[in-house]
Design a protein around this ligand. Structure first.
Ligand code: PBG
Length: 323
């Protein structure tokens, strides 16, 4: 017997009725890059449509996020000074700490997540403390936890460690709890791969390693089962939300995590994913809007509950137009 599958595709109405996955502005988290200085709003060359903002200019972008009905942002800081141990990362007057306070003043309900890492802040550009030319795991933990605590003290709702050291979620949870910040959550970059898709971000954040690469701490793109072990470990250490990063080339990882764990999953659609679409659309090779929405949809269909994306504001506007 012929199954009349096309009956469910016949008109827009029936397609709307049977649709399994729908994107909402509430699915998106918008990354914001904050720089030292005053009156700065500068387009990021590698991420067209995204900007470096000084703290005094954040209002504009926070308002845009509010108007777009976006519920969460993730903050990245570019300090003026770097040193061996990334001390600006845990300075109470550091650029991210000031930005957190400002955003909370402007829009208290906005869920403020902070990227917790050292690579933007270290002179060598690695995500931890170097010892004999290697990123030393256990001495880094102390710093990562200190950075997270300083973000909590500034008013962050949730901290997101992206360094990929072993034991960092536990180290952060313990230090936050000891200091009375048990209600600050942890979104762990659990399955974070050593990926060439971060290229445009490293230009935007001035965070590329001066020598070597990140392969001794970020994951090998070839491995799926290892990602499950990383996620399992982070859950046991106290992560509230687990993350897979990048997203598009790692949809199988998102799906496996969804099938296996009952925790909220964030997917980070990273800078390279965005930049590729932008560049190809500027050349007229693809339809930016259709491609971007299809990519985001596929990430949600794979099992992500939320998507960190440079398209967050734009995609929300597109969704509104379709309603
Ligand atoms: C910091 C960090 C990176 C990204 C998020 N946090 C860069 C890296 O690990 O090199 C990448 C985000 C993106 O590419 O959009 N460790």
């Amino acid at each position: 017997m012929v199954k009349r599958n096309r009956n469910l595709r016949k008109t827009a109405a029936i397609r709307d009725l049977v649709r399994e996955t729908v994107l909402n502005p509430q699915d998106f988290i918008y990354p914001i890059f904050v720089v030292e200085g005053e009156n700065i709003k500068e387009e990021i060359a590698s991420l067209p449509g995204n900007y470096h903002f000084s703290v005094d200019r954040l209002e504009e972008i926070v308002e845009q996020a509010r108007d777009a009905n976006i519920k969460g942002i993730i903050l990245f800081g570019l300090p003026e000074e770097k040193d061996e141990c990334g001390s600006q990362a845990f300075n109470a007057e550091g650029v991210v700490q000031k930005a957190i306070k400002k955003v909370k003043e402007l829009y208290p309900e906005l869920w403020v997540i902070t990227d917790v890492c050292m690579c933007q802040y270290t002179s060598h550009g690695h995500c931890g403390i170097l010892r004999d030319g290697e990123v030393h795991n256990d001495s880094t933990l102390e710093y990562i936890a200190k950075i997270a605590l300083s973000h909590a003290e500034a008013g962050a709702d949730m901290v997101a460690p992206s360094d990929m050291m072993d034991g960092r979620v536990e180290a952060i949870r313990n230090l936050l709890d000891e200091n009375g910040y048990e209600s600050v959550g942890i979104m762990a970059y659990s399955a974070k791969y050593s990926s060439a898709f971060y290229g445009p971000f490293r230009e935007a954040a001035n965070s590329a390693p001066k020598s070597g690469d990140r392969k001794t701490y970020q994951m090998d793109p070839a491995n799926l089962r290892e990602a499950m072990r990383e996620i399992q470990g982070d859950i046991e250490e106290g992560a509230d939300i687990i993350m897979v990063k990048p997203a598009l080339s790692y949809l199988d990882v998102i799906r496996s995590a969804r099938d296996r764990y009952d925790y909220p999953i964030a997917a980070y659609s990273v800078s390279g994913e965005y930049a590729m679409v932008k560049a190809a659309s500027q050349l007229g090779y693809i339809n930016e809007r259709a491609i971007a929405m299809e990519m985001l949809l596929s990430i949600k269909r794979a099992g992500a509950d939320m998507i960190i994306t440079y398209y967050a504001i734009q995609a929300s506007a597109w969704i509104k137009e379709e309603l």
